[in-house]
Design a binder for this molecule. Structure first.
Ligand code: GCB
Length: 639
């Protein structure tokens, strides 16, 4: 009786605080009042600190956005490389970091001098590009490779220079002319370092140690279902900017509005306080603002805009001009929200006709990294009548959301918090928060991106919930306009009665659910028996379903790996999915076959996950057309 009263009292008092704090207060208090273990309160305290930590981890953001529209010098092309499985170029024989590492790019001073490496006589690799697909001997390589690029550079007066990496998988240390610029962890997001004071006119050498060793405490962790492509996988550029420049900005429709543009602009440099204008010439909008002593200014104004949608992917040139800099971006304006089990785009319900994709280059064993790759992959999605893609399981290269903006394809963007991350490790959380921050920083002005996904198929548990909630908190603070999701799993409330009830579902706007009925779970005819439910009044996307087929292998519909089995599975899935009343979208697994070390079956898989609707040779399998017809039907019904 006493306890119940205390709980009621606490909940009332906690009115102004977050619900979690209440639960924590209760956990601590109740565990105390029952004299139960100190472990529980220690756990509650730990969780509390975890969430508080999200604020404590500063946003050490210096990422420059919109590289495409700035003055850049490409460092792409051939780089000299040294394969260094023992990290000999970094550690001495006592396994201490050495000051004479390969980053010194040393040459023998005379004929007596001992130097045991030579970049200039070493082999080369293409940048951007993963190393695994460039040389047979590197296919399974996991470790360090040193990259070196030499260049001359004429710095213009009053200009600052940065070196920008689209991504490097997984951990990199960057040096210019023997001096360390910094380190970066995370294989799928961009980073940059200022080199204004380090760069010379002649004979610069940029050296990058890239290490793709998997680590239990990393994000992703050791176990995934995709190839661990290593290297300088995305473009490398020198970016030239004025001494005080427009580093970043957020310009989107204000949450809940179809005509108020809102956001902020951030300058970087000494002249923080400046007059800044935002112009959208096509609709004769020009507004003036003034940045504060931190170079930051909030903006807000009304504009008569044609709204961006898959049917009308209208982009406007938006120009920001400060006293010292000017920058243009192509921006679309749309709203995205939910109402009960519906997703509303520009206030109207929309069904997401989607497909998942990995960053696997079309018809190739390489990681995708170019505009052409983006055009082909998203072109295939369009051909399937998609209006939506799930870019699994990590942020894809920037060509993807930019091309999606242009083609009118909605995007689910995600970070590699996948399967069994170390939920209780502080550094793991910091790392995930950082990758999330870098993804949102890069893509927050893309109209196509509507969903930030926090995780994929993570096991239900307290520490995991706290970890993921910390991510949600960060995502919402960086971008209050988009929807939060995660790909979760179902459970059962009786035979053939799947239910979506993951407790983390409370904290997302849209529930993603992966299921493999007919592949890992029974045969395709099982779909017919299932009745789905959910404990949340929220939209549900079946974010994965599917099965494998070897392109060109034909047999009857009961034969695994045949195109006919996959086709049959898709037909049965669709019949089941059509009966789910709260379904707001589907993104089957997956557009194309993709490489995975978990898939060794000879003559069928040969290290490819064969669940693609398009083979690694670019041939469409029968199930592709099943999805194409289903989406065509949905499209027609919408018109
Ligand atoms: C999943 C994972 C995805 C795998 C897929 C599969 O549930 O989310 O990463 O590749 O299943 O093919 O098993």
């Amino acid at each position: 009786m006493k306890v119940a009263k205390f709980i009621r009292h606490t909940l009332v008092r906690c009115g102004g605080l977050g619900k979690l704090s209440c639960v924590l207060v209760l956990l601590v208090a109740v565990s105390g009042s029952f004299g139960c273990s100190e472990r529980l309160s220690a756990r509650a305290e730990f969780n509390h600190q975890r969430l508080a930590a999200v604020n404590a981890y500063p946003l050490e953001q210096n990422l420059i956005t919109n590289i495409d529209n700035r003055s850049t010098v490409s460092l792409n092309g051939k780089w000299q490389v040294i394969i260094d499985p023992y990290e000999n170029g970094y550690y001495d024989y006592r396994y201490q970091p050495t000051k004479d590492g390969y980053f010194k790019n040393a040459k023998p001073r005379d004929k007596t001098d001992l130097v045991e490496y030579d970049f200039d006589k070493s082999e080369t690799l293409n940048v951007p590009g993963d190393w695994n697909s460039q040389q047979d001997k590197l296919l399974f390589y996991e470790g360090t490779i040193w990259y070196k690029k030499s260049f001359d550079y004429q710095r213009k007066p009053d200009r600052r220079v940065f070196v920008y990496f689209g991504a490097a998988n997984y951990h990199s240390i960057v040096y210019l002319n023997g001096q360390k610029l910094g380190e970066h962890e995370g294989g799928f997001t961009p980073f940059n370092f200022e080199i204004t004071k380090v760069v010379h006119e002649k004979d610069n050498f940029l050296v990058v140690k890239v290490d793709n060793k998997r680590r239990r405490d990393a994000v992703p962790t050791v176990n995934t279902d995709w190839w661990n492509y290593g290297g300088l996988t995305r473009r490398v550029e020198l970016v030239e900017v004025p001494e005080t420049f427009i580093r970043d900005y957020f310009i989107q429709l204000k949450k809940g509005s179809l005509k108020t543009v809102a956001g902020w602009i951030q300058l970087d440099g000494n002249k923080a306080e400046q007059k800044i204008t935002v112009e959208i010439p096509e609709i004769s909008v020009k507004r003036a603002f003034k940045s504060n002593a931190d170079g930051y200014v909030k903006i807000e104004f009304d504009a008569e805009l044609q709204l961006w949608s898959p049917e009308n992917s209208r982009l406007y040139d938006v120009t920001i001009t400060s006293e010292t800099d000017s920058l243009t971006d192509s921006i679309g304006f749309r709203s995205i929200e939910t109402k009960g089990s519906k997703i509303l785009l520009n206030g109207k319900p929309i069904f997401l006709r989607g497909i998942c994709m990995h960053e696997q280059a079309p018809k190739s064993n390489a990681r995708a990294c170019s505009q052409e790759h983006a055009e082909t992959l998203l072109g295939w999605a369009k051909e399937m009548n998609c209006n939506f893609v799930r870019l699994a399981h990590y942020p894809h290269n920037e060509y993807m959301p930019r091309t999606a903006d242009r083609l009118g394809i909605l995007v689910w963007a995600e970070i590699p918090v996948y399967w069994t991350i170390l939920w209780e490790n502080e550094d793991t959380l910091k790392n995930a928060l950082n990758q999330l921050t870098e993804m949102i920083t890069r893509d927050k002005n893309r109209a196509s991106v509507i969903l930030w996904s926090m995780a994929n198929e993570t096991p239900v548990g307290k520490a995991r919930n706290v970890f993921l909630r910390a991510l949600v908190k960060r995502a919402k603070s960086l971008d209050p306009t988009r929807l939060i999701t995660a790909a979760m799993e179902k459970s059962y409330k009786g035979a053939n009665k799947p239910v979506i009830n993951d407790p983390f579902g409370r904290h997302v706007d849209v529930l993603g659910c992966n299921e493999y009925i007919g592949w890992y779970e029974g045969l395709p005819d099982k779909c017919d028996l299932y009745t789905w439910s959910t404990t949340y009044d929220k939209p549900v996307i079946i974010s994965e379903f599917g099965g494998g087929a070897l392109g060109g292998f034909h047999a009857d519909k009961d034969t695994r790996w045949s195109e006919e089995y996959q086709e049959y599975l898709y037909e049965e899935q669709i019949k089941m999915l059509e009966k789910i009343p709260f379904l707001a979208g589907t993104s089957p697994w997956i557009l194309t076959d993709f490489m995975s070390p978990r898939r060794p079956l000879p003559q069928i898989q040969d290290y490819w996950n064969r669940k693609g609707l398009i083979s690694d040779k670019g041939e469409k399998k029968k199930a592709f057309y099943v999805m194409q017809r289903f989406y065509e039907k949905l499209k027609q019904a919408e018109q």
